[in-house]
Design a protein around this ligand. Sequence first.
Ligand code: NAP
Length: 246
Amino acid sequence: MSLFSLTGRRALVTGANTGIGQAIAVALAGQGASVTCAGRRSCAETVAEIQAAGGTAEELILDLADPMAAKDLFAGAGYSILVNNAGIIRRNDSVDFTEEDWDAVVDVNMKALFFTCQAFGRELIAQGQEGNIVNVASLLSFQGGIRVPSYTASKHGVSGITKILCNEWAGKGITVNAIAPGYIATNNTEALREDPERSRAILERIPAGRWGKPEDIGGTAAYLCSPAAAYVNGAVLNVDGGWMAR
Ligand code: NAP
């Protein structure tokens, strides 16, 4: 079997209706996983793309504004891959930032991510089964950024949660890694790409000379869930066209 095969595996990807989550779902299915595409909106487009390519997928409505929304999803369901991709961003100067914008972002990006990992990990450990978790972090897991205080705090949190869960679960055969995307062309970065000055300044700092594509992240996630990455654990992997190297 290929070092990169996910045949026979069942995966759940959050926020799989669009952007990076959609590309991750497609990439996992492309390696043979059966993928549950979870979204607060329909993931029908993602499911159709996977099925058209001969893969296996289903959709699930899952709104992670309730951080405990996934608590009953994993018991007896046979999942061995979890990708926590769903995330939101709110932009405002720190002096004006509201409690509502703080709580909304931290609840989805960090609290829901932790409790979804907990539900998944509990089930695997109870079953004595191995598995893989991939959390979607950010460049802002390492940097401060500007005008996104709750996002930056939440993505630093994603990095920390990834490491503590690795420490606790690596010995049980569960890998817990994160991907830190750079600037990827999705809804998340639409406002930046529409601002010519910000867009040019960002592009000048990317050694690869282009914005990332969602597929750039999809392939990395598939790798991290594959036998080829069996000894990669606790990593927060930059997938940023070289941004962090500059
Ligand atoms: P996106 O197109 O805005 O996708 C975000 C996904 O999260 C969407 O599917 C969204 O659903 C979902 N989501 C938001 N709130 C949710 C909730 N309450 N329950 C369930 N799903 C929810 O942006 P993206 O760039 O693909 O973002 C994916 C991940 O990558 C995020 O964690 C983001 O922080 C991270 N990231 C992105 C970049 C970048 O440059 N694009 C860089 C670093 C990290 P809706 O479509 O319904 O909103």
